[in-house]
Design a protein around this ligand. Structure first.
Ligand code: 3PY
Length: 414
């Protein structure tokens, strides 16, 4: 009996682990360093390395190995990825809620960029999660205002392009803010966690021109239905045009992405699904389960991307867990006559505010949840997927992975 027949869940997780391994950021940075070093600081100048996001520490460590000893390195990352790195200052910053530590990190980034001169070179190492981790509120706004807007955005149903358009309008560092602050030329190595790999969107594009104008952001906030609940000062900021000065030249290089991780799962024997993890989480669950009937024995479908969840309650969960639970419910009402498994996991090892990385469900999951006395439909109305999957022994716990290229999922027939 093959592994997938005896344990499709184990095979699904094995494929996902291969996808995560392909996004290991250190190797990607090391490969890109020759290009970075071809434009060194001028005589008397120095390198200044600033790494931001969930993969920041691993990216910084790889860059450090290629740069002169004693190079200044700042790492801004979230709890779990913030282990010390010799020769670097590692600053922990809140995620997904911006916090005081993130505000202190933003002040440090501003100080380091401001202190550069034209003979220096800045190496920016950017990865997902960086938006929440670097709150630098625009003129007149406080951290509390940013926190209030962030909360509205995360529950708005807006996708990451939309969320980050609004974040950029309210920030001094997002949407090219590092370019406006630095006096030295910047090269950025960017690890993408967003569908389509738009560099303006990843970590809200600190080294890239913004996605749109503040007027675009205001119009979008109205469309998403959050405008009236935003703090007055945030609305005032979005009603003023941004500084129109042209941004300095920059080298922005994409070094890793979700698509490469899906390809690694395909190389390991899966078949790429005809669409990605995208759009509303329930719609996505339906589209995925509609493919189950045509799966061949042993076949695994690989998907990558990021769905959106519209919050209707204040439970504990995340988009991967919610996708897994919704798919398990669909499978319960429209069963297929063979064993199967579905896993959906955040490649960073954290799905939403809790510690779970995602969900791994199969034919017995809903029965196990109900046997534990939980009504899964009611739990979903409260977006309470974490305790619900836990009751069905269907949570995936990986711990922080040191990388972040959005989400990966596998549907497999035994
Ligand atoms: O904006 C962010 O921080 C994201 O996670 C997307 O890159």
């Amino acid at each position: 009996m093959s592994d997938s027949q005896s344990n499709p869940g184990a095979r699904a997780m094995d494929l996902i682990r291969k996808g995560i391994a392909a996004a290991e950021p250190g190797g990607a940075v090391s490969r890109a360093m020759a290009g970075v070093l071809s434009d060194p600081p001028a005589a008397g100048g120095r390198w200044q390395v600033i790494a931001l996001g969930k993969a920041a520490r691993a990216m910084a460590e790889a860059a450090q190995a290629a740069l002169p000893a004693g190079t200044d390195v700042l790492v801004v990352t979230n709890a779990g990825n913030d282990t010390p790195l010799a020769g670097a200052r590692v600053m922990r910053a809140g995620h997904p809620e911006p916090d005081d530590e993130g505000a202190a990190a933003a002040a440090e980034v501003i100080a380091r960029l401001t202190a550069t001169g034209p003979d220096d070179r800045v190496l920016a190492l950017i990865s997902g999660g960086g938006s929440a981790m670097l709150p630098a509120p625009a003129e007149g706004m406080t951290l509390a205002d940013k926190q209030a807007v962030n909360k509205l955005l995360l529950g708005s149903g807006g996708d990451i392009n939309e969320v980050n358009l609004i974040r950029q309008g309210l920030s001094r560092l997002k949407g090219g803010g590092w370019l406006r602050t630095s006096k030295a030329p910047i090269t950025a190595l960017i690890l993408s966690d967003v569908p389509g790999d738009d560099l303006r969107v990843i970590a809200s594009g600190p080294t890239v021109a913004p996605i749109g104008s503040r007027a675009d952001a205001a119009a979008l906030a109205r469309r998403l239905g959050i405008w009236d609940r935003m703090p007055q000062i945030a609305r005032d900021v979005l009603e003023q045009p941004r500084d129109a000065a042209a941004l300095p030249a920059v080298k922005n290089l994409l070094i890793g992405s979700n698509a490469l991780s899906v390809q690694a799962m395909v190389d390991a024997g899966a078949v790429a699904a005809p669409f990605g993890l995208e759009g509303d989480v329930q719609d996505c669950a339906e589209r995925i389960w509609a493919l189950a009937a045509d799966l061949k024995p042993g076949q695994a479908l690989a998907l990558g991307g990021e769905t959106t969840v519209r919050l209707t309650g204040d439970g504990m969960g995340g988009r991967n867990q919610e996708l897994a639970l919704r798919l398990a419910l669909l499978a319960d009402t429209r069963p297929v006559p063979w064993p199967w498994a579905f896993a959906s996991v955040g490649t960073d090892g954290r799905d939403g505010p809790g510690d779970a990385a995602g969900g791994l469900v199969g034919p017995g999951t809903i029965a196990a949840i109900k046997a534990a006395g939980i009504d899964p439909d009611e739990a979903l109305r409260r977006n309470d997927s974490t305790p619900t999957l836990k009751a069905g022994d269907a949570l995936v716990m990986t711990g922080a992975t040191g990388t972040n290229v959005a989400d990966l999922a596998v549907l497999i027939r035994a």
